[in-house]
Design a protein around this ligand. Structure first.
Ligand SMILES: *Cc1c(COP(=O)(O)O)cnc(C)c1O
Length: 479
């Protein structure tokens, strides 16, 4: 058949539309969407014919085209941002949405999102209010700070503080703390944007108090300490503590700021995790301003929290940049819900998913791995080797970078399917299941799985890799 004859075989848009009307599932879709997708499929086929990519008449029939159309429709109606199963073992996984909110935070979002609220309205005097009021008193209560405010994220908090305190002035920072956090957030670049003049002191591995002291001049606006979040320098090292730095600042009348990055209110060392400086400790050691994220170790929504001396917080609040970096009301509601849990540290540990996963006992990982293993074994997948193996989970999000969280993973090898193909098919599953490939095995760490996700994983394996759509019942298996 020549090209023109083949092109004449293609059904018309109307024929395909009529065919689609018979499928109940798609009847409510807008006509315009259906026609657009039909036209796309027809155009792809037309091009294939013109480019001589096939010659089979049967590839141009209605029954051959319908599955292609339906596949595109499925894709069009699936939300782009969707729930994903994190089987990576990385708790604060930046690419997978960092922190999951506690139910108490979700309740606050629901209450505020679907109703009017007193977001910027003072119910006491009937006048205009500040949106920070919802969380500032909780923050000062928990941290012991004089004042507090919040912005969109910690990157914004750092930018805003530097812009307020050091525009055109020098900020002194140790060379060992000029970090790059993922997503191109680099301390020197943020400082340049804020108009602060970076004055580096010390060396990569060692910085002493005398280095800061020697660098102080007429134009010094700030002494800045930055948590090295995602890396650790080991060996011959020295850094200056917040205690020492704040005494130096007081002596010279220069404010001291601590960018804690992850920021936590809790000491995790009783749970076998390494000691992180808490927000309270930094303030007690004399920091004038402390900034940290809402959605890293804190386990709340994305937010940048600024706590410290009233004098500085007020200056920061009145910076016009604040308006551009302001926190959204849904975030504020979730943050309030999360912060309220911190009034009782035990409750925070039990209710905030990030804290729960970080401090989860290894025996619970084993239990969970056993459950998932059993469910996968029950599918009797032909040619699949499914094993429980020890695994190391991570805090992630640039927090506790050297901390091993002993965990368990399910390792899956198959003679029929490569680990890379398994990874791809599970990633494209609804909902996507994200694990990792190591030595041609597909690995799923159980520490980051949520309630009920074992069943979703088992169903996915059954539909993707089972020979028969219905797994054989135990009776049939018997010889
Ligand atoms: C993560 C981090 C930031 C940025 O915080 P976001 O909430 O991601 O904007 C800034 N400073 C440090 C030290 C960090 O670890």
């Amino acid at each position: 058949m020549d090209t023109q004859q083949l092109l004449r075989q293609l059904p018309g848009v109307d024929t395909l539309l009529l065919n689609m009307e018979t499928l109940e599932k798609w009847q409510d879709l807008p006509h315009s969407l259906k026609t657009r997708i039909i036209r796309e499929v027809l155009e792809e086929k037309r091009r294939a014919v013109l480019e001589n990519r096939f010659h089979e008449e049967k590839e141009l029939t209605v029954s051959a085209l319908m599955p292609l159309i339906i596949k595109k429709l499925e894709k069009a109606v699936t939300p782009n941002l969707q729930r994903t199963i994190n089987a990576t073992g990385v708790v604060v996984h930046t690419n997978l949405g960092r922190s999951l909110l506690a139910e108490e935070a979700l309740e606050r979002i629901m209450a505020v999102a679907s109703h009017y609220s007193n977001l910027e309205f003072n119910l006491e005097n009937g006048k205009r209010g500040l949106r920070y009021t919802a969380v500032s008193s909780l923050l000062t209560e928990i941290t012991g700070a004089e004042a507090a405010m919040v912005v969109n994220n910690n990157a914004a908090a750092v930018l805003l503080c530097l812009d307020t305190l050091t525009r055109g002035k020098e900020a002194i920072v140790s060379r060992g703390e000029l970090v790059e956090i993922g997503g191109s957030f680099r301390i020197p670049d943020v400082m340049a944007k804020s108009g602060a003049i970076l004055k580096e002191v010390g060396t990569t591995n060692r910085t002493h108090l005398k280095d800061y002291e020697g660098a102080i001049g007429e134009n010094t606006g700030l002494l800045l300490k930055v948590h090295t979040s995602n890396f650790q320098i080991m060996g011959f090292t020295a850094s200056v503590s917040m205690d020492q730095l704040s005494s130096l600042g007081r002596k010279h009348g220069i404010p001291v700021m601590d960018d804690l990055g992850s920021g936590t209110f809790m000491d995790f060392s009783p749970f076998g995790l390494s000691k992180e400086p808490t927000v309270q400790e930094s303030l007690r050691a004399g920091a004038d301003i402390v900034t940290f994220s809402g959605d890293k170790l804190l386990g709340g929504p994305q937010a940048g929290i600024i706590v410290g001396k009233k004098e500085w917080i007020e200056k920061i609040r009145s910076n016009p940049l604040t308006r551009a970096l302001r926190i959204d009301k849904l975030t504020l509601a979730a943050l309030e819900g999360t912060l309220r849990l911190y009034r009782d540290p035990e409750k925070a540990m039990a209710r905030i998913p990030t804290l729960r996963m970080l401090t989860m006992d290894e025996s619970l990982c084993t239990e969970r791995a056993n459950t998932l293993h059993k469910k996968l074994m029950a599918l009797v997948l032909q040619g699949f080797d499914i094993e429980i193996q020890p695994s190391i989970a991570r805090a992630g999000g640039g927090s506790l970078p050297t901390q091993d969280l002993p965990s368990r993973c399910i390792s899956i090898k198959s003679r029929a399917v490569s680990a890379a193909s398994m990874e791809r098919q599970l990633r494209k599953h609804q909902p996507p299941i994200i694990g990792r490939v190591e030595n041609d095995a597909f690995l799923m760490d159980v520490r980051t799985l949520q309630q009920g996700e074992e069943d979703i994983i088992a169903t996915a394996f059954s539909s993707l890799f089972s020979q028969s759509p219905n797994p054989p019942s135990p009776e049939k298996e018997k010889p």
